[in-house]
Design a protein around this ligand. Structure first.
Ligand code: THU
Length: 136
């Protein structure tokens, strides 16, 4: 799927809207994410923090999990947004999970002003670990 301006706008507004629901009481850093399936359906997620900090769930992992829980398996793009000077970049754990379920997805990193960087997952996660690559 080509990421047209229209698709970008739909993803950006879904991610910006869900970002308002972020549970970021500890960091104060609200993140929103939206993922689009090959058929154009959008799922969104925000970060959900825990008093036990390490249990925190990132926005992009929640968006991906929401889509997976609805039975979706084929994805075209995932957009992440936060109020930061530069576009927000997915953490290592999210890069792995995105690679696991959507190795060919386009990752669109943005800030709330709409500054944007597009990347492949393998550009973000060079030499990824994956079950297809090991003998278990
Ligand atoms: N966070 C995300 O939700 N996604 C990212 O790509 C980077 C970090 C969240 C986790 C935590 O709630 C807050 O941002 C600060 O790290």
């Amino acid at each position: 799927m080509k990421i047209t301006d229209e698709i970008f706008d739909r993803l950006f507004s879904a991610a910006s809207a869900v970002r308002e629901n972020a549970c970021a009481a500890y960091s104060g850093f609200k993140v929103g994410a939206a993922i689009i399936t090959e058929h154009g359906k959008i799922f969104s997620g925000c970060n959900v923090e825990s008093s036990s900090y390490g249990l925190t769930m990132c926005a992009e992992r929640n968006a991906l999990a929401s889509a997976l829980c609805s039975g979706e398996r084929k994805f075209s793009a995932i957009l992440i947004t936060a109020d930061s000077p530069e576009p927000v970049s997915p953490c290592g754990a999210c890069r792995q999970l995105i690679y696991d379920y959507a190795p060919d997805i386009i990752v669109i990193m943005t800030n709330t002003e709409g500054k944007r960087i597009d990347s492949s997952v393998t550009e973000l996660l060079k030499f990824p670990f994956g079950l297809k690559k090991v003998k278990i």
